[in-house]
Write a protein that binds this ligand. Structure first.
Ligand code: GLU
Length: 427
């Protein structure tokens, strides 16, 4: 099939995450070197996908079943790499899309990994700590044939954290009969984790935002920032922006939208959220309707929650000069067009949120060599990789007159397909 032809399954109505990923690939395919065209189909097909049943015994003695997934999208450049998500809306389509974006992301920052992702369709807020541990261990055991330190290395994603990674590492290690720290990243420091990993995604969001702001002459000092999502990525992004003199005017999580045009106290708000399991009622702010978040007057908007949050229904309301994608897939292709027409610069997910997997790579290297780096060293290396990737993408976007997302995809897809073409077909 010619790369210019749109397959029928890419109808406008069919906008699940995997189809959004496919649309992005279709858009960029004609821009790739012609020599790579015969290999583009590789990007449209995950290498392997596993669906697993995850039964757990609830605290009340009843056995309950959940559906889990692990997808290797591509391993041309190295072992699979990508997080594990626990969320009530996880689907195979979503995990496939997230794995595809990992393939591009890892190539954009040039870490020697392919793309993978996993997830379990479960609302972890409904589980006790013991149930969460049981779910994590059974899921790990079910996907154990897919993972390994030189095969596929999971990490945290939405609703998973260092403790979940510790259980995954332990479960895998028990099966292997030895401690294998390098099988997951984002672990606690005491188990081979890396300094700087918890803040890495947020730090990368800030670095790419700062570089875009320099190019567009938008000062960070005093800039107004609206952040959707107040988990690992949203919180660290907001905090680091604030540390550099920006004003965080709005923060939205699943429970509410905190607003204060003179600036929110990010640290106090996080403490309140952890203690009360909600943002509602936090002092020093007012609460606005969740839909009103999108029209909040701001200079930067950081979507750091789920996919497709910026879409044709709200893209025309956004006031920001720069959208920095902390989440994976937060902007639909239709919204991309609207934002571009309105002159809003989008720093795409495969670049903006790549700080997490970049420090995951550092963690994996440190585990292999059993030699650990200082936090300054980690942050300096992260800063260098993120700003070099930013400038390569910015330059390509300028020279070839294309959006940053297209430039990032051209660079990422070319690296993947060059590896694919050079390796050739087996057998
Ligand atoms: N879940 C993160 C992401 O979407 C990190 C993945 C990793 O460190 O492997 O990029």
């Amino acid at each position: 099939m010619s790369v210019a032809q749109l397959p029928s399954y890419l109808s406008k109505e069919n906008i699940g995450p995997w189809h959004i990923y496919l649309q992005q690939v279709e858009q960029v395919a004609p821009l790739l070197d012609k020599a790579l065209w015969p290999w583009v189909e590789t990007l449209r097909r995950p290498k392997r996908s596993l669906i697993v049943d995850v039964p757990i015994r609830r605290d009340n003695g009843v056995v309950e079943h959940f559906e889990g997934y692990r997808v290797h999208h591509n391993t041309s450049r190295g072992p699979g790499k990508g997080g594990v998500r626990f969320h009530q809306d996880v689907t195979l389509s979503e995990v496939m899309a997230l794995a595809g974006w990992m393939t591009i992301k890892n190539a954009v920052v040039n870490v020697p990994f392919g793309g993978a992702k996993g997830g379990v369709r479960v609302d972890p807020r409904q589980l006790s700590p013991a149930e969460l541990e049981g779910l994590t261990r059974r899921y790990t055991s079910e996907i154990s044939s897919m993972i390994g330190p030189d095969k596929d290395i999971p990490a945290p994603d939405m609703n998973t954290n260092a403790q979940v990674m510790a259980w995954m590492m332990d479960t895998y290690s028990m099966g292997a009969g030895r401690t294998v720290t390098g099988v997951v990243t984002g672990k606690p420091l005491s188990l081979g984790g890396s300094l700087g990993r918890p803040d890495a995604t947020g730090r990368g969001v800030f670095v790419t935002a700062r570089e875009a702001a320099r190019k567009l002459n938008v000062p960070i000092e005093g800039a107004r920032v609206a952040v959707q999502g107040f988990g690992n990525v949203g919180e660290a992004s907001a905090r680091i922006f604030a540390q550099h003199g920006a004003r965080i005017v709005a923060i939205q999580d699943v429970t509410g939208t905190a607003y204060n045009p003179t600036g929110l106290d990010v640290v106090a708000l996080k403490r309140f959220q952890l203690e009360n399991k909600t943002l509602l009622g936090a002092p020093g702010c007012e609460f606005i309707d969740s839909a009103a978040f999108w029209s909040v007057p701001c200079d930067f908007m950081v979507p750091a929650a789920l996919e497709s949050q910026i879409n044709r229904h709200n893209a025309d309301q956004i006031t920001a000069r720069i959208v920095v994608e902390g989440a994976n897939g937060p902007t639909t292709p239709e919204a991309d067009v609207i934002l571009a027409e309105r002159g809003i610069t989008v720093v795409p997910d495969v670049l903006a949120n790549a700080g997490g997997v970049t420090v995951s790579y550092f963690e994996w290297v440190q585990d292999f060599s059993s030699f650990f780096w200082s936090e300054d060293e980690i942050n300096a290396r992260l800063e260098r990789i993120m700003s070099e990737a930013f400038h390569a993408i910015w330059t390509m976007a300028e020279v070839r007159k294309m959006p940053l997302r297209s430039a990032a995809f051209v660079i990422g897809c070319s690296r993947v397909l060059e590896a694919r073409a050079t390796r050739g077909l087996y057998p």
